[in-house]
Ligand binder design. Structure first.
Ligand SMILES: [Zn+2]
Ligand SMILES: [Zn+2]
Length: 280
């Protein structure tokens, strides 16, 4: 059983509760470890990421909790950082500010260079996704999806995150309407991205948030991509991407059963200072 979660948001970013509440809940449900990964600041005003002036407070609060809970829960410090050309900090900027245990790199906003605009592909509202696709990518779905994966690949190459978060989130609001995940061009983009993840020795996250929020019927990424990653020897980790203490182990049980049925026998957990393999 996986008794940990390494992708957690608190009220420092868009999570609902202070970090302490997650520590208490983690202990209550028998977790051995908990990693905090609030959204790293970006270079434009927004409501979802840590405010730049709060960043050092975030780091010191998590470090304080690490010490306070050390006999009951292993706490890890991380950030989920966006990579958006011209609009995000370099990951090394954050690495210089604190000795984080690991960093998650994720794409939530797809950058359109000519218009200097960003398409928000996350959140609960399909209309925002549809409208953004029209306004920012003129409805050209293939170009937009390719931009998403190109940006992911650029992030992997230039920022070297330790973990790539929710690799195929772009599918969430598509629901097989405008493109199919079975299209050859789509599968090629995913395969190229996986090769890069393998080459750079990066962990691939299996994210349950779409399932327990009822936003997506599948994991991020989908099972065939997880199987492909396993066959390539890419290490996998399971996370809930919790934004509330009650979500810490969101859909972990059915997901672990599903993974076992689909031939996934091994996940990775962060222990002390490195990622270690755990058999399911
Ligand atoms: Zn995310
Ligand atoms: Zn997240």
């Amino acid at each position: 059983m996986i008794l940990s979660n390494f992708h957690t948001h608190t009220s420092f970013s868009d999570g609902k509760k202070p970090a302490r509440n997650y520590c208490e809940k983690a202990i209550e449900i028998g977790f051995k470890s908990l990693g905090f990964s609030d959204h790293a600041p970006v270079l434009f005003p927004n409501k979802y990421s840590i405010e730049p002036k709060e960043l050092m407070n975030y780091f010191s609060e998590i470090e304080d909790l690490k010490k306070e809970y050390k006999d009951r829960l292993k706490i890890y410090l991380s950030l989920e950082a966006d990579y958006i050309p011209n609009h995000s900090y370099s990951f090394s900027y954050f690495r210089e500010k604190a000795a984080m245990d690991y960093m998650i790199g994720s794409i939530h906003l797809v950058y359109q260079k000519q218009k200097d605009r960003m398409w928000f592909i996350d959140g609960g509202d399909q209309k925002v996704w549809d409208q953004g696709l029209q306004e920012i990518f003129d409805g050209e779905i293939k170009k937009a999806v390719e931009a998403f994966y190109n940006q992911t690949q650029e992030m992997i190459e230039s920022q070297k995150p330790d973990v790539v978060g929710h690799l195929d989130k772009i599918k969430m609001h598509n629901k097989e309407r405008l493109f199919s995940v079975h299209d050859a061009w789509y599968k090629d983009m995913v395969a190229n991205t996986l090769s890069l993840i393998k080459n750079k020795d990066i962990i691939l996250e299996i994210n349950t948030r779409g399932l327990y929020k009822g936003r997506c019927k599948e994991l991020f990424p989908s099972i065939p991509i997880i199987q492909q990653a396993q066959n390539m020897g890419i290490p996998l980790m399971l996370s809930s991407d919790a934004h509330h203490p009650d979500e810490l182990d969101g859909d972990f049980l059915p997901t672990i059963e599903l993974l076992k049925r689909e031939g996934i026998g091994e996940l990775h957990e962060f222990v002390d200072s490195k990622w270690k393999s755990v058999l399911l």
